[in-house]
Design a binder for this molecule. Structure first.
Ligand code: DGL
Length: 264
C-alpha cells in the first residue's frame, strides 16, 4: 500500500504554475507535490470567470481525492475568479492563491510608474481592482494584457524571434512612460524572464511572486502542523496530451517526469 504522506496539490491552466512549484520545492523540499496542468482549457486568461470557477471546482475535487492536504492556485487568473468559492466549499483546507505583486512594486519603484503584465482575466477582475485601491494610491500603474504569450510558453518557446517581438511591443510603451518596475502578474511569465531582461534597461526591476507564495504556504502549513519530514515525491497530471507536457518538463521543471492524464 502507498504510504506516501499527503501531498500539496498545486494547479494552473497549464505549465505556468511550474514556476511556483519550483519555489515550493525549494522552500519545502521534504513535501510531496501533486501538480495539475489544465492544458485542455488553457488559456484561462481569455475565459469567463464562471468557466474558470467550474474548472477550479473540478480540479480541487480531484486533487482532494488524491489526498492533497493543502491547495495552491498557482495561477493569478484562477485566484481572481475562483479562490473565494473554493474557500467557501472547503473551509478547513489551507488554500493559497496568487495576485500581482502591487504592494512590493509600490515600495520598489523610484519613478512612481509600475507596469503590470498579466492576463486579461486578472486585469479585469474585481480582486485586482481592490488590490490597486489598497496599494497603488501613490503610484501610477499601467496594465498590459499579453494575449498569445501563454500559448508560446506552453509550447516551450521561451526565446524565439516571434516571442521577442511580441514582448518588445508590450514593454517598449511601458518604458516610454517611465516604468521602472515591472510586475509579472501571470505564473507563466517568469519563464521568459531571461528574454525580458535582454529587452529591459538594467535598472528596471522585475517582480514575481513565486517565492513569496512558497513562504506564505510554509507559514500556513507550519501554523496548522501540516509539515512533514519525509522523502518527497512529485506527481504530474495534465488534462490534454501528457506526452506534450512531458516534453516541456525538462525545460520548465528541470527534470524528466512521467505525466498522467486527468480526464476531469
Ligand atoms: N498562469 C496563469 C496566471 O497566472 C494563467 C494563464 C492563462 O491560462 O491565461 O494567470
Amino acid at each position: 500500500m502507498d504510504r506516501c504522506p499527503a501531498p500539496i496539490g498545486v494547479f494552473d491552466s497549464g505549465v505556468g504554475g511550474l514556476s511556483v512549484l519550483r519555489a515550493i520545492r525549494q522552500r519545502l523540499p521534504q513535501e510531496s507535490l501533486l501538480y495539475l496542468a489544465d492544458s485542455a482549457h488553457v488559456p484561462y486568461g481569455e475565459k469567463s470567470p464562471e468557466y474558470i470557477r467550474e474548472r477550479c471546482r473540478a480540479i480541487a475535487a480531484f486533487l482532494l481525492e488524491q489526498g492533497a492536504k493543502a491547495l495552491v492556485l498557482a495561477c493569478n487568473t484562477a485566484t481572481a475568479a475562483g479562490i473565494n468559492e473554493l474557500r467557501e466549499l472547503y473551509p478547513q483546507l489551507p488554500i493559497i492563491g496568487m495576485e500581482p505583486a502591487v504592494k512590493p512594486a509600490a515600495l520598489a519603484t523610484r519613478s512612481g510608474v509600475v507596469g503590470v503584465l498579466a492576463t486579461t482575466g486578472t486585469l479585469k477582475s474585481a480582486r485586482f481592482a481592490a488590490l490597486l485601491d489598497r496599494f497603488a494610491t501613490d503610484i501610477r500603474v499601467i496594465t498590459q494584457p499579453c494575449p498569445g504569450l501563454v500559448e508560446r510558453i506552453e509550447a516551450g518557446d521561451l526565446c524565439s524571434a516571434q516571442t521577442r517581438a511580441m514582448l518588445a511591443g508590450w514593454v517598449e510603451p511601458l518604458l516610454a512612460q517611465g516604468c521602472d518596475t515591472l510586475i509579472l502578474g501571470c505564473t507563466h511569465y517568469p519563464f521568459i524572464r531571461p528574454l525580458l531582461t535582454e529587452l529591459l534597461p538594467v535598472d528596471v526591476r522585475l517582480i514575481d511572486t513565486g517565492a513569496a507564495v512558497a513562504r506564505h504556504l510554509h507559514e500556513v502549513m507550519a501554523e496548522r502542523h501540516l509539515l512533514v519530514a519525509a522523502e518527497a515525491r512529485q506527481r504530474f497530471y495534465c488534462s490534454s496530451d501528457p506526452q506534450r507536457m512531458a516534453r516541456v518538463l525538462p525545460i520548465l521543471w528541470g527534470e524528466n517526469a512521467a505525466v498522467e492524464f486527468f480526464a476531469g
